[in-house]
Ligand binder design. Structure first.
Ligand SMILES: C[S@@+](CC[C@H](N)C(=O)[O-])C[C@H]1O[C@@H](n2cnc3c(N)ncnc32)[C@H](O)[C@@H]1O
Length: 280
């Protein structure tokens, strides 16, 4: 098994040593080398095709081409997920004037592939302050809405339920109550770690604790600074990190190496609150 002190792996991997690794390569190609039914939770934020200057990648495809490319990645993802495995897709609304409902297009593509759409979480970034988008100031002629939020769209493969050992669930009653309200107010990540678009650890901690058990495998196929891998390792999950940029892989490897697994939080007994009715 590769250790975190070795250089990131490149290209195709043998299937036996794919857990707890930083893998440098194209998301779809690397996913194609992973065994079927081996990942419990994928969390990612793909490139949004907005011309962002990532290391060694043009974030500027024709829109149809972009959606078709991601659909190929999701097809491989579907294969590697276990039945009941979850996919949390973070996506931001596009620009104010050239608004394109990318979250609708992505969720349509995933549902067409057969994914169950479980929910959408609103990640409220609290970035408005006292700003406004102006547009037509104080006139209905052409006012704009500022996207001060992002989405986390949550899908499942084949089943709403994820089998696992109840003793490996590590979410406290307080957190469960808090996270099940799908409006999450979390400030954006201020430490960039040399990357244009990292997401905050707090956002990923919530997703990982809410949707996976300890010892599960958590994947990010557009891994960037390694936030998902770092949080997964800290919370006692296995991680699989993929990114095509050698620089981001190096940075992620350092971050992961300096992260230690944390013991699960202790919590005293606490009564469960009343449930909302759910059909499944
Ligand atoms: C939005 S960023 C992800 C940032 C990440 N969530 C974090 O917290 O750092 C998208 C990442 O996808 C990577 N990427 C772009 N195209 C890729 C491809 N074809 N295969 C793998 N990674 C790719 C980029 O290098 C970039 O790091």
């Amino acid at each position: 098994m590769l250790t975190e002190n070795e250089p990131p792996t490149s290209g195709r991997r043998p299937t036996e040593d794919w857990r707890d690794q930083v893998i440098e390569g194209d998301a779809r190609e690397v996913l194609a080398t992973l065994p079927s039914g081996s990942v419990h939770l994928a969390v990612t934020s793909p490139p949004y095709n907005l011309g962002i200057p990532y290391q060694g990648y043009s974030d500027d495809l024709a829109y149809g081409q972009y959606l078709a490319w991601l659909k190929e990645v999701w097809t491989e993802l579907q294969r590697v997920l276990v039945v009941g495995g979850r996919f949390a897709l973070n996506v931001a609304p596009t620009s104010i004037k050239d608004f394109r409902p990318i979250h609708h297009d992505l969720s349509r593509g995933l549902r067409d592939l057969g994914f169950i759409m479980r929910t959408e979480i609103i990640w409220y970034k609290q970035t408005m302050g006292r700003r406004t988008a102006w547009g037509s100031w104080r006139s209905p002629s052409n006012p704009h809405i500022v996207p001060s939020w992002e989405y986390v769209l949550v899908f499942a493969k084949g089943s709403w339920r994820l089998d696992g050992d109840r003793a490996e669930a590590d979410i406290s009653a307080r957190d469960f109550e808090k996270f099940s309200d799908g409006f999450w107010a979390i400030p954006p990540e201020r430490r960039r770690n040399g990357h244009p678009a990292p997401f905050p650890e707090l956002l990923i901690e919530r997703i990982v604790k809410f949707y996976s058990y300890r010892q599960n495998v958590v994947l990010d196929m557009f891994g960037g600074t390694g936030t998902v891998a770092v949080v997964a390792k800290r919370l006692g999950r296995h991680y699989v990190y993929i990114d095509r940029s050698p620089e981001y892989c190096l940075g992620a490897r350092r971050r992961i190496a300096s992260t230690a697994p944390a013991p699960p939080e202790e919590e005293g007994p606490r009564a469960a609150p009343r449930r909302h009715a759910v059909r499944r």
